[in-house]
Design a binder for this molecule. Structure first.
Ligand code: HQG
Length: 179
């Protein structure tokens, strides 16, 4: 029995960061990959075996709603988190007054001086609640959670977007909007 969570990690790496690793491309507008090409690419370039039924299960069961299909399931994409250059066409959205960002303690000093930067990804990722932020943060080490004054940022002209799976995104967060 293969480990579907490892297969899901591979899929998110392919769809967000490295489509070329299995010889496929993702479209600039919408970040779509061809579903059949993804399946064939994984089968020929990795140790995993996948078919449409397994892929559908991974997409449906993903606890963060990381992926979506188009209407006829001929295309698939990651809903957020890309480092490859894509335009997801996110609509601007008014954020809640406060959002959260979970990170590791060792980054705190740098974040307090430079603000939150997007690093390898296309946006800074913010969470709607502290619980989600803590899950994001512990991936990096000893947890530190920042409160982000997103309402105030919005009023000062900063743009916010929200992905299909509820992750808040913005270009950067200067230190004066962090608590
Ligand atoms: C840190 C997961 C030093 C930032 C999650 C973070 C998320 C700085 C790290 C999604 C900094 C980047 C994204 C600065 C930011 N100095 N460090 N000025 N500015 N950082 O993984 O937000 O499970 O690229 O605090 O749920 O942790 O993969 O971003 O620690 O939505 O689906 O630089 O990934 O989704 O790390 O996580 P990441 P993130 P998945």
């Amino acid at each position: 029995m293969q480990d579907l969570s490892k297969l899901s990690k591979l899929i998110s790496r392919i769809l967000r960061h490295a489509p070329e690793s299995i010889g496929i491309e993702i479209e600039y507008y919408g970040a779509w990959a061809d579903t059949k090409q993804l399946i064939n690419g994984i089968n020929s370039h990795s140790k995993y075996n996948i078919d449409m039924a397994i892929l559908e299960k991974i997409v449906a069961d993903d606890e963060k709603g990381r992926y979506s299909f188009n209407a006829d399931k001929s295309k698939i994409r990651a809903n957020q988190g890309h480092s490859v250059d894509v335009d997801m066409g996110f609509a601007e959205k008014i954020p809640p007054e406060i959002l959260y960002h979970g990170t590791a303690e060792r980054f705190v000093e740098s974040i307090l001086s430079e603000g939150l930067k997007k690093m390898q990804r296309q946006y800074v990722h913010l969470s709607k609640d502290e619980e989600t932020a803590s899950k994001v943060g512990v991936r990096h080490g000893k947890l530190h959670i920042f409160r982000v004054l997103s309402g105030e940022m919005y009023r000062q002209g900063y743009k916010f977007y929200c992905s299909e799976n509820g992750v808040w995104l913005t270009d950067n967060v200067p230190p004066n909007f962090l608590e």
